[in-house]
Design a protein around this ligand. Structure first.
Ligand SMILES: *Cc1c(COP(=O)(O)O)cnc(C)c1O
Length: 427
């Protein structure tokens, strides 16, 4: 492999002006300058190539620059990159809404588009509160969310994240107050949820859950019967069940949507990330007939009052339609299951490494969980030396590759994960 060389000239001004995410700008190592992407490869300015183990925060599900998506973007860019959605509509948005309605379980068929996952969560919160106001339950304004949850970085979404372990802990006191409970996967946590609903049920608007996999909270898996239990509790207490499928949607866990693994229809579902195949930002909040019905009225006051400037951006909608065509044409779900099988075998040797707490795989997700992630910068740069782009965080070293990654590339990633974790454990 090529050795790192001098950074490109543009990176000098980046250090002065570009404020990076989740980053102590003073002490962090310089970000890697990227020249281009192709398939599962990230090409750096000095010519080095990295195999991408995380599909850009698990959203580039078909790999980068998929020609079908690029074509859709180019054609749409020539016709109409953007037009406002207030009072205007266009075919890419209409096609996307119909496709999503066909694909989603039950009668989830009323699609509200927006520009990012966090905003899709905000939209779901507003939708739920207004739903209750318009069905004569105006006291229902609080939400239940689970320990280890991650629902986004905007302030409403932050109030739903784990209040202690999330990266938002230092804002506590400045956020909406919600109820945080353990995931109801055992008798004790199920009683806690039941008790809370019995005691505060009439003030609760909805329960947010990341179905089957909690992502940024540490790649934690739970059994699909949690969803069945939650559905029945929500029904019993008139509370909306809101599925945040930003991370789990579009095949990542081996089924199209996390809720499919329990055959449950939530009242509202939030989608994003892989929605456009990771090519451009877009998110959606989709409601059932019953939720939508509460807004259907002769009274203009009952309209849903939200409308991001770039709502339903035609470029993003065209990319999303192209991505959904790829899901129809190509065996993405089988590929996700094949990743699970292969990673389960290839990551298994990590179980015997000291300081490794757990090794687990589900669909296109492979996780090595450790006792405590120290030497993080050194660990990340070791992976780059191995030719792998991977970004361990929290207590996990994980991969969420493109679902159509070639076996050889996946093997390279898995072997590097085991080898580097082993080295790290002795530092
Ligand atoms: C990524 C993510 C979000 C936030 O989406 P953004 O597009 O980054 O705002 C919310 N919830 C979950 C589960 C996510 O994985």
């Amino acid at each position: 492999m090529l050795q790192p060389s001098r950074p490109p000239e543009w990176q000098e001004s980046a250090a002065d002006h570009l404020w990076m995410p989740y980053c102590q700008m003073k002490t962090a190592p310089s970000p890697l300058p990227v020249e281009s992407t192709q398939g599962v490869r990230i090409r750096l300015s000095d010519g080095r190539e990295l195999i991408d183990a995380m599909a850009s925060w698990w959203c580039a599900c078909h790999g980068y620059n998929h020609p079908h998506i690029v074509d859709a973007l180019v054609q749409q860019a020539q016709r109409m990159p953007h037009v406002m959605m207030g009072g205007l509509q266009h075919q890419p948005a209409a096609d996307l809404a119909r496709r999503l309605a066909d694909l989603l379980p039950g009668d989830l068929s009323h699609v509200f588009l927006c520009d990012s996952g966090s905003v899709a969560v905000e939209v779901a919160m507003k939708m739920a509160m207004q739903f209750h106001r318009q069905t004569e339950q105006p006291r229902r304004k609080t939400f239940i969310a689970f320990d280890r949850a991650y629902h986004g970085d905007t302030t409403g979404a932050m109030s739903l994240c784990d209040p202690v372990r999330s990266m938002h802990a230092e804002f506590s006191g400045g956020l909406l107050e919600q109820i945080h409970l353990p995931i109801p996967e055992c008798d004790a946590s199920r009683s806690a949820l039941r008790d809370t609903l019995q005691r505060h049920g009439s003030t609760i608007a909805g329960v947010f859950i990341e179905p089957t996999v909690q992502g940024a909270g540490g790649m934690r898996f739970h059994d699909p019967d949690v969803l069945t239990f939650l559905r029945s509790q929500c029904d019993q207490h008139g509370v909306l069940m809101i599925a945040d499928e930003l991370a789990t949607g579009f095949g990542r866990t081996g089924v199209m949507f996390g809720v499919d693994s329990a055959d449950v229809t939530p009242d509202i579902i939030c989608l994003g990330k892989s929605l456009t195949g990771g090519a451009i930002g877009l998110a959606a909040t989709v409601a059932t007939d019953r939720v939508f019905g509460a807004f259907w009225s002769d009274d203009s006051q009952n309209a849903f009052m939200h409308g991001p400037t770039f709502m339903g951006n035609p470029l993003a909608c065209a990319a999303a339609c192209a991505s959904l065509e790829l899901f129809e044409r190509e065996p993405r779900l089988q590929q996700a299951k094949a990743i699970e099988d292969q990673l389960s075998t290839w990551l298994k040797p990590a179980e015997s490494i000291p300081r490794v707490v757990d090794v687990r795989c589900k669909g296109g997700i492979g996780v090595i969980q450790v006792d405590r992630l120290d030497h993080l910068d050194r660990l990340r740069s070791r992976f780059v030396e191995e030719g792998i782009w991977i970004r361990p965080f929290g207590d996990v070293i994980y991969t969420t590759p493109a679902l159509n990654i070639a076996s050889e590339d996946l093997k390279t990633i898995a072997d590097a994960m085991v080898r580097v974790t082993e080295q790290w454990s002795t530092w």
